[in-house]
Design a protein around this ligand. Structure first.
Ligand code: NDP
Length: 363
């Protein structure tokens, strides 16, 4: 039997890379190469925030798009000089397997499509960065984690505030007990939602309403500041427009208890503007960010005087650079799929508490 040395070499290299879970594209990349990102879903966030951010990154570049809208494909092709082979629709994502220029697929579609698009990207051998919430159920999140793991790739969640300097400063204040122990956290976020026909008000696409969309930021705040997971949640819902919010929640109020004894209080809403901050009450004072959840201009105060107002770069560029650096340097992400799954588990506990009309224990 004749043996082809080149084929043997390739087989050995592929096997070694797979065994070590080293992405073959990254394994073979020239030092300093920027990772190629394909944006999946060219809506408001992709157009207004993510693509401008991509051009500010150190480690990433726009390498492709996935869109269901032919006019957007034509527009983006022309605007960003994309080749035809870098343009996909949701049914042709599998062909990305042949496109070594794409390392990461950034999923920016409606919440309940994240799983489908993550599974397609993973099957094509790509790393996946996925917008929040990771998906609309724990089971669907788990399937995403499993698929990406099976492909030997990484899954990150678009929790931009995990990298925002003012949030990091608040975490430092909490961990170093600069103002004593944190005892109570008040975190609220909402906005008055417009167009009644949008997917955010459609249960099948959104999975829920204000809680899935903006309440998740309040939950993240409480987990970031405490460094703990809630062990008890009590929630209730208020609906003032039963027609507009017939499929999803309008306003939700909830309280949580954490293992160290911290308690939190939150409201999220789709019916009012002006709530976008948090305050942590401590044994010797307090610290707060208001606004806390915007793309720009987050700032806050401390009871002992100083303002919390650190310079902030582009939050989307920062999170993308970090994810690419994790891939390049084979280090874990601080916003892994597991974090997205855990958040969805707690969001589901909030819905469960509303449905049962009583607190839910998670201990
Ligand atoms: P948009 O409605 O503006 O865009 C979603 C895009 O998804 C559409 O333009 C479309 O792109 C694509 N899409 C595919 N199938 C559908 C469908 N059945 N219905 C509607 N759109 C579809 O939403 P956003 O950009 O505001 O949000 C996208 C994701 O990003 C959500 O998960 C959201 O929670 C998250 N997000 C995160 C933010 C953050 O700060 N981290 C802020 C805002 C949103 P195409 O025409 O190209 O197919």
């Amino acid at each position: 039997m004749s043996v082809n040395p080149r084929r043997q070499f390739l087989a050995r290299t592929a096997a070694a890379a797979a065994a070590a879970l080293i992405p073959i594209e990254v394994f073979g990349q020239a030092p300093g190469r920027k990772l190629g990102v394909a944006l999946c879903g060219l809506g408001s966030l992709s157009t207004n925030q993510i693509v401008p951010a991509l051009f500010k990154t150190r480690n990433c570049r726009l390498a492709g798009i996935v869109t269901g809208t032919p006019s957007k494909a034509a527009e983006w092709k022309q605007k960003y000089g994309l080749s035809d082979k870098s343009i996909y629709d949701y049914k042709t994502m599998g062909r990305m397997a042949d496109n070594k220029d794409i390392d990461i697929v950034y999923v920016v579609t409606p919440n309940a499509l994240h799983m489908e698009h993550t599974l397609a990207a993973a099957a094509a051998g790509k790393h996946v960065f996925c917008e929040k919430p990771l998906e609309i159920s724990v089971d669907r999140c788990q399937r995403m984690l499993d698929a990406v793991k099976k492909a030997g790739r990484m899954l990150g969640v678009g929790y931009r505030l995990q990298f925002e300097p003012n949030h990091l400063e608040c975490i430092r204040l909490a961990r170093e007990k600069v103002l004593g122990d944190v005892k109570i956290i008040d975190a609220n976020f909402g906005f008055a939602i417009g167009d009644p026909a949008q997917w955010r008000l459609n249960r099948a696409l959104a999975g829920g309403g204000s809680l899935m969309d903006v309440g998740i930021y309040c939950l993240q705040t409480t987990r970031m500041i405490t460094g703990e997971n809630p062990v008890w949640i009590n929630a209730s819902e208020v609906k003032t427009d039963k027609e507009k919010f017939k499929e999803v929640d309008e306003t939700i109020l909830w309280q949580s208890k954490f293992p160290s004894g911290v308690v939190s209080n939150s409201i999220c809403t789709y019916s009012a503007n002006g709530l976008a901050g948090f305050r942590a009450a401590t044994t010797r004072g307090w610290f707060s960010l208001d606004p806390a959840y915007f793309y720009n201009g987050n700032r806050g105060k401390r009871s002992d005087g100083p303002e919390i107002n650190l310079p902030v770069g582009d939050q989307f560029a920062t999170e993308l650079d970090d994810f690419a650096d994790c891939i390049i340097n084979k280090r874990p992400s601080k916003v892994p799929g597991e974090m997205g799954l855990a958040d969805v588990k707690f969001l589901m506990a909030i819905y469960e508490s509303i449905k049962k009309g009583r607190p839910v224990s998670l201990a």
